[in-house]
Design a protein around this ligand. Structure first.
Ligand SMILES: Nc1ncnc2c1ncn2[C@@H]1O[C@H](COP(=O)(O)OP(=O)(O)OP(=O)(O)O)[C@@H](O)[C@H]1O
Ligand SMILES: [Mg+2]
Length: 294
C-alpha cells in the first residue's frame, strides 16, 4: 500500500519579486514499510518537502495524501501517523530532564495509555539512554540530545517516522553510533521511515529507496539496489574521429569539432564497426549515488 502519495507538490517563495521554487512539481509515492532516503545538495528542497508532508507549510499547488487522506483537508491524519525530528531545530526543553521531556511530550501528544512506561523504558534501552533518564537535557552531548528527540518522535508509535538530517553536527564517534542506531531501527522498528541525509553511508545502509532532489525537483527515485546495479554496470564514453559517423549511423552520438562522442555498454559492438585507429579516447564511466550530487 502507498502510505504517502505526493502529487505535483509545488512550493515557491518570492525572492526579489520573482517566484523561487523550493519544490517544483514533485510526484512520487512511498510504500508502507519502505525506508526512503532523501538525498540532494544544500537547498535542493528536502526539508521543504518534509515540512509540507508534516503540514507545517502549505503547498502552493499539488497535494499530499497520507493513507489516502489529503493532509490539507484532514490535518489529524498527520498528527495520528507521523513522528518527526526536524533538522537543527530545538526539539527539546533544555532545562528539563530527559524524563520530564518524555512525559511532557507524551502529554502534549495525548499518549496516556498503559503501555507508555514500558515503551519509554524500551526506547531508552534501545538508544542506550537508560542511565540518563534523570539528567537535565542541557548536560547531555549533542548526539544524546538528538537521540532523545528521536525517542520523542517515536513515543506515539507513529506509522511514519521522519528524520531530517539525524547525523548533522555530530562528531565522528556519535555519528557512527547514530548510524548503527538507524540501521537497527530498520530491523527493530519495522515501519515507514524517511531520512534526509548528506551521509551516503546512512542512505546506502539504512534505506531501501532513495529520492534524489535537484533544484527543487526530484531527478531520481528508485531502489538502492537498482542504483547499485547501475553503479556496477560498465559504461564507457568513446571519442572518435568524425569520419566514423558513417559507420555508426544507427547509434546516437554527439558531434563536436572534428570528433564524435558516444556512450555505450557494449564496447565490442563499437570496435567491430569502426577503424580502431580513429578511436581517440575510451573512458569508463562510473555511476554512483555520489555522482548524482556533483
Ligand atoms: N522560508 C523560506 N523563505 C524563502 N526561501 C526559503 C524558505 N525555506 C526554504 N527556502 C529556500 O528553498 C530552497 C530549498 O530549501 P530546503 O531547506 O528545502 O533545502 P534542503 O534540501 O533541505 O537543504 P539542506 O541540505 O541544506 O538542508 C532553498 O534555496 C532555500 O533558501
Ligand atoms: Mg534540509
Amino acid at each position: 500500500m502507498d502510505i504517502v502519495k505526493i502529487n505535483n507538490a509545488t512550493k515557491y517563495y518570492i525572492k526579489k519579486k520573482n517566484k523561487f521554487y523550493a519544490n517544483n512539481n514533485i510526484s512520487f509515492n512511498i510504500k508502507e514499510g519502505d525506508i526512503v532516503g532523501f538525498l540532494g545538495k544544500n537547498g535542493a528542497g528536502k526539508t521543504t518537502l518534509i515540512k509540507s508532508i508534516c503540514n507545517l507549510i502549505k503547498l502552493d499547488s499539488g497535494s499530499i495524501c497520507i493513507k489516502d487522506k489529503r493532509i490539507d483537508k484532514n490535518p489529524k491524519v498527520v498528527h495520528d501517523n507521523i513522528g518527526v525530528v526536524l533538522e537543527g531545530a530545538r526539539n527539546l526543553y533544555n532545562f528539563l530532564t530527559v524524563d520530564y521531556n518524555l512525559r511532557y511530550f507524551s502529554y502534549l501528544n495525548k499518549i496516556n495509555d498503559s503501555q507508555l512506561e514500558s515503551r519509554i523504558k524500551k526506547l531508552l534501552e534501545m538508544f542506550e539512554l537508560t542511565q540518563k533518564r534523570k539528567e537535565v537535557v542541557n548536560n547531555l552531548s549533542r548526539g544524546m540530545q538528538q537521540k532523545v528527540a528521536i525517542i520523542i518522535a517515536m513515543l506515539k508509535d507513529p506509522d511514519i517516522l521522519i528524520l531530517d538530517e539525524p547525523t548533522l553536527g555530530l562528531d565522528v564517534v556519535s555519528k557512527t553510533k547514530m548510524k548503527n542506531l538507524l540501521k537497527s531501527l530498520k530491523d527493530k522498528y519495522g515501519k515507514t521511515i524517511i531520512i534526509s541525509s548528506h551521509d551516503l553511508d546512512v542512505i546506502e545502509n539504512v534505506c531501501n529507496k532513495v529520492v534524489i532532489f535537484e533544484k527543487g525537483k526530484v531527478i531520481k527515485y528508485g531502489s538502492i539496489s537498482e542504483l547499485k546495479l547501475k553503479e556496477s554496470e560498465d559504461r564507457y564514453e568513446i571519442v572518435l574521429k568524425s569520419s566514423e559517423a558513417v559507420n555508426l549511423k544507427d547509434i546516437s552520438f554527439e558531434k563536436e569539432e572534428g570528433v564524435i562522442k558516444l556512450e555505450t555498454t557494449n564496447l565490442e559492438q563499437i570496435f567491430n564497426r569502426v577503424n580502431t585507429e580513429n578511436v581517440i579516447k575510451v573512458e569508463k564511466k562510473v555511476k554512483s549515488l555520489e555522482s548524482y550530487l556533483v
